[in-house]
Design a binder for this molecule. Structure first.
Ligand code: FES
Length: 374
């Protein structure tokens, strides 16, 4: 509502009865002015044209050089971003290309994803950026120059220079980003075309919106878990109620508990927690000092029956790792030597309990269809 007492209102009314007319400086065009001053118009026109020519010439000469010094926008319309360093500053291409062929440079790429760039033999950058995120459970990994592999420290997955899987438990190639250099800028864009390593649509395009809870839960659980294959994982600790819930979100379908109820830290309501998370639960107490063939037969039969993938746990992962390794060895025809090398690679420390290690070797030797020996 307008207040009549406002100063603005009162000042207008005091100047004129017709405020618009009073305020407007615009007057009708005076034809006489144009006719009487033709030389002014010509001069203005000449000045304008001369100025335009000079400006166009200057821009065409200076633009290529100026473009080099003007930092490009950090994201383009197609979703590509500039490669950045750890401080979030764009990395000049010269800085990466000054390195010898074969160098892997780790930069922050799309959405800040750590991404490896490769300097090729001809001194250019490979168009394939390899995302530093293990396809097993999301750990980051270094490039091993000697072995020419990306080697995941969490559970021993190995990837070729192009990100193909060379050894599991990871079973998908590493995600790619598209890389190119423009001037001194390195651009990173999503790789949505056929994956050259598989000849198929990339897995990250087929499933562009993986379940966030699942991936987050997997990443969280990865710290406490060893995945041996698609069906079997071993926890290296007593899982907390929250981790049991995460196991369900991460896609596990059952939990096998090998702890005795009298062990410190035994979770009395574990069965209830597991089942209320929608997983199947089995409990077979395995005393490390009293592992027998019949008890092992029972554990192996239970592993065979539970819905997969199964998360097996004890207190430190040695008992559960031993049982999972025996199951794998007998089902996949592995030698005892192979079992030992896998246990070392994935971090199941059988040497911590020599009697369990010996039991594993003896059991495999006695029950393997090929009667393999150490
Ligand atoms: S997270 Fe890389 S091997 Fe498990």
């Amino acid at each position: 509502m307008v207040d009549d007492s406002l100063p603005f209102e009162s000042s207008l009314s005091s100047k004129s009865d017709s405020p618009l007319e009073e305020a407007s400086p615009v007057h009708p065009i005076d034809d006489k002015l144009l006719i009487e001053s033709p030389s002014m118009s010509r001069r203005q026109l000449l000045n304008f044209l001369t100025g335009s020519v000079v400006a166009i010439t200057a821009v065409s000469v200076l633009y290529p050089g100026a473009k080099f010094f003007i930092p490009p926008s950090e994201e383009n319309d197609s979703g590509a971003v500039l490669a950045k360093d750890i401080h979030g500053k764009p990395i000049p291409a010269q800085q990466v290309l000054a390195n010898p062929p074969g160098t892997r440079a780790l930069i922050a790429g799309l959405a800040g994803e750590p991404t490896y760039l490769t300097v090729q033999d001809d001194g250019t950058l490979s168009e394939m950026g390899v995302v530093d995120n293990c396809t097993h459970l999301g750990c980051t990994f270094p490039w091993n120059e000697v072995d020419q592999q990306f080697q995941c420290p969490c559970h021993g997955s190995r990837f070729a220079p192009d990100g193909s899987v060379q050894r599991g438990p990871a079973n998908r190639p590493l995600k790619l980003s598209r890389v190119w250099v423009d001037g001194d800028a390195i651009w990173i864009a999503p790789w949505n075309d056929i994956d050259p390593r598989t000849g198929e649509t990339p897995w990250w395009v087929k499933n562009p919106n993986p379940s966030q809870p699942t991936d987050a839960a997997k990443t969280e659980l990865a710290k406490e878990m060893i995945q041996l294959n698609e069906s079997l994982s071993v926890a290296t600790t007593q899982l907390s109620p929250n981790q049991l819930k995460q196991a369900a979100q991460a896609g596990y379908r059952s939990v096998l508990n090998l702890r005795s109820p009298n062990e410190p830290g035994f979770l009395d309501n574990e069965q209830q927690l597991v089942e209320s998370a929608g997983l199947q639960y089995a409990h077979i107490p395995v005393n490390p000092a009293q592992i027998t063939d019949p008890l092992t037969d029972q554990v192996l039969a239970t592993i065979g029956q539970l819905p997969k993938p199964i998360l097996i746990h004890c207190k430190t992962g040695v008992r559960s790792g031993a049982m999972a390794l025996i199951f794998m060895a007998l089902n996949e025809g592995m030698t005892a030597d192979r079992v030992l090398s896998i246990s070392k690679a994935v971090g199941i420390n059988l040497d911590a309990q020599p009697q369990i290690k010996q039991f594993v070797l003896d059991y495999i030797s006695a029950h393997s269809p090929t009667r393999t020996t150490v």
